[in-house]
Design a binder for this molecule. Sequence first.
Ligand code: GSH
Length: 202
Amino acid sequence: MLTLFHSPQSRSSAIMTLVEEMGIADKIDIRIVTIPRIDGSGQRDPANPHPEGKVPALVHDGRVITERAAIILHLTTLFPESGLAPKVGSPDWGAFAGWLAWYQGVLEPVVIFEGAGLNHPWLDATFRDHKQAAARLRTALERGPWILGDSYSAADLLLHAPYAWFAEATPDDPMIRDWVERCKARPARARVMEADAARMAA
Ligand SMILES: N[C@@H](CCC(=O)N[C@@H](CS)C(=O)NCC(=O)O)C(=O)O
């Protein structure tokens, strides 16, 4: 049994979009939980099994899976027919897994460091910077139109996410901006945004 813990308009919205894209909503029990938000609203929800009280959390037969990259790998492996990831074990799958790990380990941190105005030689040595991360995205998109080439995948879904939330963080590069717009125009994303807005309003 699969249960996804989601809070509207948060990082778990990407996993809700993945579920929509994959057409597996009928196979997953969705639970809405509260989280503490940056504006001071909300609070940790005792119903959420995430060890830090964050979202998303996916529970598969009692085992808690956290981190969007891991949840994406898990769901796309469980439901390979969805077409949102290359065949497990293929060279393309290795590259796909690499993009997801790079997102969590490099892209999201450098976007946050830049937004927070943080600079330190250790940060540069470990992560490089947002400019170099953007150059890596551009190199992939030059072969595009999607991160893996011809087809939209869950890598696009995850990697464009911070730019969809914080337009001002998007690199000033038409190739990256057009790609973000293509990702934002996906009908699955629009459905999740609409449902999230309704949940927030309630
Ligand atoms: N690295 C985690 C980050 C999860 C995360 O930070 N989620 C935020 C939602 S945007 C959260 O739950 N925040 C609540 C809190 O900090 O307690 C992932 O990618 O899944």
